[in-house]
Design a protein around this ligand. Structure first.
Ligand SMILES: [Zn+2]
Length: 173
């Protein structure tokens, strides 16, 4: 586990566009992305298709706008950071993504929109899904009458032991 870092592969936009539907990523091929966008009422523009493809073709992941922008740039897609931000928020509003805010400064977008909890690896700034059934929230607050409880998301903050040990050994901790 802890293996799903949001690293970008060497994805080339042309290769993405030309990829046959029966690739290993068949579930998220470009055609499917078009359908997926239409279903949630978003016009399948070229930029949305491209960003959607980058987001959803690699299984569940957690990306920031900056990470996705970097991937898009590496894929030779002419897209601005502002467009990436807007698209991520449009996808979120449409229910394709879940937004996870950390510390009020950093937002991650989760392609797994089911209810689940996360590890946050602090020293790497990486979010990882906690496997289903491993964390169980049994007691929740009584929300005020005019509110309804929508979701409870727990972020379990961790950091690597080996790094701590290393820091201690060199007198930094
Ligand atoms: Zn997640």
């Amino acid at each position: 586990m802890f293996g799903d870092r949001g690293t970008a592969g060497d994805i080339n936009l042309r290769a993405m566009l030309d990829r046959a539907p029966r690739s290993p990523m068949a579930g998220c091929a470009f055609h499917d992305m078009r359908e997926r966008l239409r279903k949630v009422g978003l016009r399948p523009t070229r930029q949305r298709l491209m960003l959607g493809w980058l987001l959803f073709a690699k299984g569940h992941r957690h990306v920031s706008a900056e990470m996705l922008y970097e991937e898009a740039t590496r894929a030779k897609a002419a897209v601005s950071l502002a467009t990436v931000y807007n698209t991520l928020h449009q996808f979120t509003e449409a229910g394709l993504l879940k937004q996870l805010a950390l510390d009020g400064t950093k937002s991650y977008f989760d392609t797994n929109v089911t209810d689940h909890h996360h590890y946050f690896i602090e020293d790497e700034q990486v979010l990882v899904d906690i496997p289903p059934g491993e964390l169980d929230v049994r007691v929740v607050p009584n929300v005020p009458a005019h509110f309804e409880l929508r979701d409870v998301e727990v972020i379990v903050r961790v950091r690597r032991r080996d790094r701590l040990a290393l820091a201690r050994a060199s007198g930094e901790a």
